[in-house]
Design a protein around this ligand. Structure first.
Ligand code: HEC
Length: 132
């Protein structure tokens, strides 16, 4: 019975805790795993995404360097950050990331990020896009 109560408590507490934007996001523990799973295959320095845009997600410094046209992360301001705009459907379908739209220019197509991952990246940028 104790196990069940614990399970019920967790079911209520966990979503409440993770919903607030005050939750501290860690680049290493929260952001890098998303990049590795969802972006690295094309942005590993030689993949399709890296070749076309010069953007790679190999490590923090490289992410912050951005593309050949400039930075894609503006610390503290997700809405001005190209990276956030591309994953949160605020950009043209041709350039949304990961490429998932029929109009996408990329040859490979994948799924859009789930909302919780989009929010995690947003919170990381708004908390200063730190290498933490
Ligand atoms: C299937 C391959 C693929 C995957 C997976 C992918 N990208 Fe891309 N990405 C591309 C391509 C191709 C481009 C070049 C833009 C274009 O012309 O379509 C690009 C461009 C970009 C750019 C530069 C856009 C600009 O304004 O120059 C950013 C930033 C980016 N991707 C971020 C990401 C992020 C973050 C992820 C993971 C959530 C991701 N990409 C996943 C293929 C991919």
């Amino acid at each position: 019975m104790h196990t069940r109560m614990l399970a019920v408590t967790l079911m209520i507490a966990v979503p409440v805790l993770s919903a607030g934007c005050s939750k501290k996001v860690s680049f290493k523990a929260d952001i890098m795993p998303i990049f590795e799973e969802k972006c690295l295959r094309c942005h590993d320095g030689s993949g399709e995404g890296s070749e076309k845009s010069d953007f790679s997600v190999l490590n923090y410094e490289i992410v912050m360097k951005g593309t050949k046209f400039g930075k894609v992360v503006v610390p503290g301001d997700s809405n001005s950050s190209t990276l956030y705009r591309l994953i949160s459907h605020k950009a043209h379908p041709k350039v949304q990331m990961p490429p998932h739209h029929d109009e996408s220019l990329a040859s490979k197509k994948l799924e859009s990020l789930p909302q919780n991952e989009i929010d995690t990246i947003k919170n990381w940028i708004d908390q200063g896009a730190k290498n933490n």
